[in-house]
Design a protein around this ligand. Structure first.
Ligand SMILES: [Zn+2]
Length: 380
């Protein structure tokens, strides 16, 4: 998940911790359901204010528990040389954005296992505290028993063998460990993930027919989420596998259209942008890339000044644009392109010289072609 709509709350060991706005809805829902449901039913006789305060504290500590679960994943990842960019808490819990897919099944196994394991440890810890602190104050007992059960529930939910839940990932890493085939084990894990997703959806429908409407909707919602996540994760793996070992040089558009730095914007618009239907053009001086000029940059200049303004005056300069080398790995270039939504275009530069352009369209065309040809995993 990207960081759009996420509030940054701090950094731990270089990992950006953020809260997505959907989590605030969950916070409200949890507090409300505890204050009017769980706590009054389990611990009757408090005032309404007490219920609300204890419920809000419980929801905050749940937030802390989910964060600890994610930190457990992230710390193991860091210790195994897998960089972690961020942790985002959102409607379904948390996500640790580990920047590399693990290359060894052992890494995936341990990184994943530590999350649910930390939830189990927390659950047991709160339970032990509950027994030791019984009778101190009813509010504390209530909090501890809630946190103990929610953490154990969290562990159980995460251990459902539906990929990409922790359970599914652990399952995949074990199959991967045994078969030594990453793609096949992902396929098996994704299929099981989808079966689990459908079980959730059917279970939800069954609940709706027996009158438990809200729980039913919630189960269907989780099932739908699991199903699309399993599907998307598998497709991503397949794409990466197919592109493994492919170099940028094989996929780029060689000798692209370029413009000189002294050309006027009028020339640029008439001869390039309109005629060739492109959004951005590399600016080249004597074969060397000096910048990129885009339609948006032209639009910022009033039409009357197009005859007197040169490309050089409005372009984005060389030192401010990302470039790649023709010998770079394509999968890596895809990562760069994905992070740059606006341009979707990378100049390919070989010792200062512009030799081609790589666009998202190039990648999509290639993948489409592969699909039509039914090409097997040619470069594995
Ligand atoms: Zn987890």
């Amino acid at each position: 998940m990207n960081l759009d709509g996420a509030l940054r709350i701090g950094r731990i060991r270089g990992i950006q911790i953020s809260v997505h706005w959907t989590w605030l809805i969950v916070f409200g829902l949890i507090t409300w359901s505890l204050a009017v449901g769980f706590f009054p039913e389990t611990f009757p006789g408090w005032t309404a204010t007490e219920y609300w305060i204890v419920s809000a504290v419980a929801a905050l500590l749940l937030f802390g528990s989910v964060l600890l679960h994610e930190l457990a994943h992230s710390f193991v990842a860091l210790s195994r040389g897998l960089p972690v960019q961020s942790i985002v808490l959102f409607i379904f819990g948390g996500v640790s954005n580990i920047q590399k897919e693990p290359e060894r099944p052992q890494d995936e196994f341990w990184v994943t296992l530590m999350g649910p394991l930390s939830s189990v440890v927390l659950g047991v810890l709160f339970l032990v505290l509950f027994f030791f602190l019984q009778g101190v104050a009813p509010a504390i007992s209530a909090l501890l028993i809630y946190l103990s059960s929610i953490n154990l529930l969290l562990a159980v939910f995460n251990l459902i063998p539906g990929f990409p839940l922790d359970g599914g990932r652990i399952f995949r890493s074990v199959v991967w460990w045994i078969t030594n085939n990453f793609r096949q084990s992902t396929h098996i894990a994704a299929i099981i993930g989808q079966i689990v997703a459908y079980l959730f959806i059917f279970g939800g429908l069954a609940l709706i027919f027996t009158g438990q409407f809200l729980s039913g909707i919630w189960l269907i919602f989780i099932g739908w989420f699991l199903n699309s996540a399993a599907d998307a994760s598998y497709k991503q793996v397949v794409t990466r596998e197919e592109l493994r070992g492919v170099k940028v040089a094989e996929m780029m558009t060689p000798s692209p259209v370029t413009v000189g730095p002294s050309a006027t914007l009028r020339d640029l618009v008439d001869d390039y942008l309109l005629q060739r239907n492109v959004q951005s053009v590399p600016v080249v001086d004597d074969d060397a890339l000096v910048g990129m000029v885009t339609l948006n940059e032209v639009r910022e200049v009033p039409k009357e000044e197009w005859d007197t303004t040169t490309v050089e005056q409005v372009m984005t300069r060389r030192d401010q644009i990302k470039t790649i080398s023709p010998a770079d790995d394509l999968v890596q270039a895809m990562g760069e392109l994905a992070g740059d939504e606006e341009v979707g275009l990378l100049p390919v530069v070989d010792s200062g010289r512009l030799v081609g352009l790589l666009s998202k369209a190039n990648l999509l065309r290639y993948l489409k072609l592969r699909e039509q040809l039914g090409a097997p995993n040619a470069r594995a």
